[in-house]
Design a binder for this molecule. Structure first.
Ligand code: CMP
Length: 138
C-alpha cells in the first residue's frame, strides 16, 4: 500500500552541501515529497526525538550532533515507503552500507550517517507529527 515515511538530512549532510544530491536521489527513487523544511533541533527536541536511545553510551554525542546545525526534515510518500526508504539509505554504519545507497555515498561514520529514516509506520507518523502540522503535509 502507499504510505509515508519521515526523513532528516542530518547536520553533516547539510554542512557538506549534499542537500540537492540527496533529494535528487530520493525523487529519482520514486518518493513524493509531501512536506519539507530546513530547521534546527534544540537540545530538548533532540532528547525527545531520540528518547528511545537515552540509555545508550552515544546519546550525548547524538544530541550534540543533531543540534549543531540545520537539518532538512521531510515526509515522503510511496508504495511501501518505510521499508523502501530504509533500503535506499542503507545500513546505519556506512561502512556496512550497500553500494549506491545514500549512506554509502554521503556518510562518513556510524555516528554521523547523513540521513534518518523511520523504522515503522507508527514511528513515521509520530516523527512526522513531531516536525510538521497537519496542514503542512500535502
Ligand atoms: P539512526 O539509526 O537514524 O538513529 C539513531 C542514531 O544514533 C543513528 O542513526 C546514528 O546517528 C547514531 N548511532 C547509532 N549507533 C551509534 C554508535 N554506535 N555510535 C554513535 N552513534 C550511533
Amino acid at each position: 500500500a502507499t504510505n509515508r515515511t519521515f526523513t532528516m538530512l542530518k547536520p553533516d549532510a547539510v554542512e557538506k552541501g549534499h542537500i540537492g544530491a540527496i533529494l535528487e536521489k530520493i525523487s529519482a527513487s520514486g518518493f513524493r515529497i509531501v512536506a519539507m523544511k530546513l530547521t534546527q533541533m534544540t537540545k530538548a527536541d533532540a532528547e525527545e526525538f531520540y528518547a528511545i536511545h537515552n540509555e545508550r553510551p552515544f546519546f550525548g554525542e547524538l544530541v550534540e550532533y543533531m543540534t549543531r546545525g540545520p537539518i532538512v526534515a521531510a515526509v515522503l510518500e510511496k508504495e511501501n515507503a518505510v521499508e523502501d526508504f530504509r533500503t535506499l539509505i542503507g545500513a546505519t554504519n556506512p561502512a556496512d552500507a550497500a553500494e549506491g545507497t545514500i549512506r554509502k555515498m554521503f556518510a562518513d561514520s556510524i555516528s554521523e550517517n547523513a540521513v534518518h529514516g523511520s523504522d515503522s509506520d507508527d514511528n513515521a507518523a509520530i516523527e512526522s507529527a513531531f516536525h510538521f502540522a497537519g496542514r503542512d503535509m500535502f
